[in-house]
Design a binder for this molecule. Structure first.
Ligand code: FAD
Length: 222
């Protein structure tokens, strides 16, 4: 069922990611990791729905989304850049394959971090981040979404890898089997994957080569 919500605030979380906070319709229920389809309530855009993930906690009195924008595509994410507080979005039904099943390793590429934001915030709120670890792949340091918050939530279990920038503090290159093993990931625990399809396919293959059973891999392609 489609519902109209007002934007409470909209700001840049990184150079190309918007943090959008909206009103929450009373009857909207979701679990951490789930998404909805968002439309912009503006002439010409009301039928252009795109999937985005809730990054707030299910119990919050507002909704939050972290949205990577692609101005060159001239699509919905570019149009979001022109919105301001008070403008309205249309939200559709809740869906999504990612849910927390138990301790393990989360592997995200770019905006693929979004389902894990709500999951980690939820674990943190319950003091249950435990031995979960997050491997976060980005092009450059400036692309890391919620870098400070993840450092605070996960400490040494927040592992970054950058493909286009060499830094002193983070690994450089692509995620490999060797990198996954050296990150301290427990191969017998859960794996959660979210990111662009080519990255997901490559990592899933590496996990299978590492003898991780397919039914221990929770995933969503972005
Ligand atoms: C379940 C799910 C949840 C998601 N949650 C989030 C989230 O929380 N945050 C987030 O940032 N993203 C999320 N995504 C990804 C997000 O939905 C897309 O980034 C978004 O739909 C892009 O919309 P757009 O209209 O800007 O561009 P698109 O609809 O992708 O593109 C518009 C046009 O640009 C062209 N185009 C398409 N791809 C390319 C390309 N690679 N290069 C050049 N031109 C291209 C095509 O002609 C296309 O018609 C999620 C995806 C899924 C499946």
């Amino acid at each position: 069922m489609k519902q109209l919500v007002k934007i409470k605030s909209i700001r840049h979380a990184t150079h190309d990611v918007l943090q959008i906070v909206t009103e929450k319709p009373g009857q909207m229920e979701f679990h951490s990791g789930q998404a909805t389809e968002i439309f912009i309530n503006k002439p010409g855009w009301e039928n252009e729905g795109r999937p985005f993930t809730f990054t707030c906690l299910p119990g919050d009195d507002h909704l939050e989304f972290m949205i990577k924008t692609y101005p060159v595509r001239r699509g919905v994410t570019n149009e979001l850049l022109s919105l301001k507080a008070g403008d309205k979005l249309i939200l559709n039904d809740v869906f999504g394959a990612i849910a927390y099943k138990g301790e393990g390793t989360f592997i995200a590429g770019g905006a693929g971090i979004t389902p894990f934001i709500s999951i980690f915030r939820n674990l943190k709120a319950q003091n249950k981040t435990g031995n979960n670890r997050l491997i976060f792949a980005n092009k450059t340091k400036a692309d890391i979404i919620l870098q400070q918050e993840f450092h605070e939530m996960l400490g040494k279990n927040f592992i970054n890898i950058l493909s286009s920038e060499k830094t002193k503090e983070y690994a450089y290159g692509q995620i490999t089997k060797d990198f996954i093993e050296k990150s301290g990931a427990s191969l017998g625990a859960w794996f959660y994957l979210c990111g662009p399809p080519p990255m997901m396919d490559a990592i899933e293959k590496q996990l299978i080569d590492l003898q991780v059973p397919g039914n221990m891999i929770v995933k969503e392609k972005f």
